[in-house]
Write a protein that binds this ligand. Sequence first.
Ligand SMILES: NC(=O)c1ccc[n+]([C@@H]2O[C@H](COP(=O)([O-])OP(=O)(O)OC[C@H]3O[C@@H](n4cnc5c(N)ncnc54)[C@H](O)[C@@H]3O)[C@@H](O)[C@H]2O)c1
Length: 293
Amino acid sequence: MKIAITGAAGQIGYALIPLLLERFKVPMELSLVDLPDKLTQLRGLEMEIEDFCYPHLKKVESGSDEATLFQGADVVIFLGAKPRGPGMERNDLITVNAATFLRQGKILAETANPHVKALVVGNPANTNALMLIRGGNYKLKNQIQALMRLDQNRAKSAMELSFGPRKEIYVFGNHSPTILVHQALPEVLEFVRKRGAEVIKARGVSSQASAAKAIVDHLEDWISKEERTYSAAIYSEKNPYGIDEDLVFSFPFSNKKGILKLPLSQEEKQMLQITEDEMKKERQIACTILFSN
Ligand SMILES: NC(=O)c1ccc[n+]([C@@H]2O[C@H](COP(=O)([O-])OP(=O)(O)OC[C@H]3O[C@@H](n4cnc5c(N)ncnc54)[C@H](O)[C@@H]3O)[C@@H](O)[C@H]2O)c1
């Protein structure tokens, strides 16, 4: 299995790679991608990976040229995204990343294995994933998902701490404070919506180890030969909830059957509308890039 990772020199990359190697004990090749000014750090990471001494790791390479590094990839994990800097408006953040993901989407569609599975983590993850789909001219629309598993894991963990073991908990919508947690108590919904900001407040940086764990959970379910159900932001075409058909929206998802239809309360339907409206606005801002050149 060849896995390419963009933004690999960053914090999540560092936490993710040992977890990937531990969770997927199959012959593996790793291709690490980051910006040209991170190549020395990437080389250091490559050295550490070699020093893990995993017999199933067949090859590790790194660089900044996506076309070379995505070549034949079975899985591509997109961690690389520009963070919001001082004085930067949220709209600028969306458009800067939209340009990157449109460009990478074209390269992905041209170079990766035709059966590639691509998981977008870099924020704004849902809109970046939509741009990745558009960049590849919709060719990979059903093979690109955005990470919602961290939100699902946060919700499940919070519910279990209060009420004991639960079956799956699903989240809907955007990876943002408008997210909807299905059948959650108001305090659990509030908890999930604020958790990312709470981690940043306490650690000074965004979630990294828990994000890395969520990525391997997501991938394991997605590629499993058995049926698995989980929350994933996927291309919204033909969804049974009446959500706009050109978004990357989180739904309960089966890796064998696609989107699952669950009954929603009136209040949940209203919350769904709010998160959908937010994503439509993000899409509109992201798309200004298409008409600005
Ligand atoms: N979806 C989620 O649940 C979730 C959870 C946590 C973090 N995140 C997001 O994941 C992303 C990565 O987090 P991190 O803590 O590793 O950040 P980080 O800043 O430590 O690392 C990001 C890396 O991406 C690289 N990068 C930036 N633009 C790139 C590009 N165009 N091509 C290749 N590499 C590029 C940077 O050089 C850097 O090494 C952030 O956008 C963060 O907000 C998402």
